[in-house]
Design a protein around this ligand. Structure first.
Ligand code: ADP
Length: 416
């Protein structure tokens, strides 16, 4: 039997999923981070990685052919010559880069994706100004560093993780403005996600009873891994994530970028994965209803009938996509006394915003929408699916697999 291992590092824990050659899940293991005050966060990730591998049943572990790892986008580390982190990692949402944005704006092209306080490049620039920078040899993303622990090669990343570092994913090179900077020497070599890097190190194979020829490939980011898991593969296919917020991702022949709406595209082989995120979504539903009420009231809604309520459900003013207005007021009136009617209006209004989002992406040049997979807590609501289908005018289905680790296991399998 051949097996493929995908490992997903999230914000509070990590998950490993092993699939077989038919892409069925054979083993699934989850670990939460156990960070103590005495150890560096990177040490905690390392322990979690090893604990996950160790917990895979031996007969499966011995037959793993390839491993891939995804990490949280823009979670980064600064390492010495041996690959040891010389500082605590900087997490995806850490905004300390705000202090270097002005300098960055003088170098990067206007409206570039790196011009954000949380971009990987802003974090590297922030480190550049710290005394510790003189000890640094490598700047890596979380997924790059964790893969290095398995294959032992330093300075390698993938073009999903490297997008917010300023890597030019169209021409597959670092742009000149980045090449000329003093931080140039620390930038990783960038490969296509899924490219085979090397076999696992001898000591790793020995310690975990892995095959000596078990391969480690270039990884990806957690949100792209979740997209890979959904099953969407063709242009026009999309994944809507109905979690706390509403996130749209549409596979397109064309690249779409619009900083005003926070729209950007990842390279996806010969295609582009374009998307945007709205502040509306499940967090507003949760504010008014419990999960049990959401299910009970949803089952009483006639999905074929219009509610005639037109809301813009937000918890606080402001949205960027599909309407870019930092002051956009939440619209939740008129509120009917009947909670079923109110929920009907909310579900319909979020569906309307989703449809507007896909329209916006298409107006900006994306391939027309033909099929929508759904992930996140709202995916299990059949009434909502029907309502959304009415607005989107394309088939809407629930993703069979929603775990990022499953998508990363697929990436490992495709690498061979
Ligand atoms: P995140 O990871 O973004 O916090 P999840 O993907 O776990 O979110 O989804 C949680 C959201 O799903 C909650 O905000 C909740 O309102 C929504 N949700 C849960 N059950 C339902 C349901 N039956 N119908 C619609 N939304 C639901």
């Amino acid at each position: 039997m051949s097996f493929y291992l995908g490992i997903d590092f999230g914000t509070s824990g990590a998950r490993a999923i092993v699939i077989d050659s038919r892409e069925n899940i054979c083993s699934e293991i989850q670990e939460t981070f156990k960070k103590s005050s005495s150890n560096n966060l990177a040490t905690c990730w390392q322990q979690t990685l090893f604990a996950l591998i160790e917990k895979i049943p031996l007969q499966i572990r011995q037959e793993i052919q390839a491993i891939a790892i995804d990490g949280t986008s823009s979670t980064v580390l600064l390492c010495d010559k041996q690959g040891n982190p010389i500082n605590d990692p900087i997490l995806y949402n850490d905004g300390r880069g705000i202090t270097v944005l002005e300098n960055l704006a003088a170098i990067a092209p206007p409206n570039h994706l790196v011009l954000s306080a949380t971009s990987s490049l802003a974090k590297l620039f922030w480190w550049y100004r710290q005394p510790i920078y003189s000890q640094a040899s490598y700047f890596l993303h979380q997924a790059d560093w964790l893969a290095f622990l398995l294959h032992g090669k330093l300075g390698i990343s993938d073009y999903h993780n490297a997008l917010k570092l300023g890597y030019d994913v169209e021409n597959l090179c670092y742009p000149n403005w980045l090449e000329e900077l003093p931080i140039r020497d620390l930038l990783p070599q960038v490969l296509s996600p899924g490219t085979l890097i090397d076999t696992v190190k001898k000591e790793i194979a020995y310690r975990f009873n892995l095959r000596k020829d078990c391969l480690v490939c270039a990884g990806t980011t957690d949100s792209i891994a979740a997209f890979l898991a959904s099953g969407a593969t063709n242009p026009g296919e999309a994944v809507t994530s109905l979690g706390s917020t509403l996130v749209l991702k549409l596979l397109s022949h064309t690249r779409v970028e619009n900083s005003q709406y926070g729209i950007y595209s990842h390279r996806f082989g010969d295609l582009w994965l374009t998307g945007g995120a709205s502040n509306t979504g499940g967090a507003v539903l949760r504010y008014f209803f419990s999960n049990e009420e959401l299910e009970r009231f949803s089952s009483q809604i006639d999905a074929d009938r219009a509610s005639h309520l037109d809301y813009y459900p937000l918890l606080k003013p402001g949205d960027r996509f599909p309407i870019n207005d930092p002051q956009l007021p939440p619209k939740l009136e008129p509120r009917p006394a009947d909670p079923v009617q109110f929920l009907h209006g909310l579900l319909e209004s979020i569906a309307r915003i989703e449809a507007l989002g896909y329209r916006r992406l298409q107006e900006l040049g994306a391939t027309p929408l033909c099929y929508v997979y759904t992930a996140g807590g709202g995916a299990k609501n059949p009434t909502w699916r029907k309502i959304r289908q009415r607005y989107l005018q394309v088939p809407v289905v629930s993703s069979d697999y929603a775990e990022a680790a499953y998508g990363t296991a697929l990436l490992a399998k495709k690498s061979i």
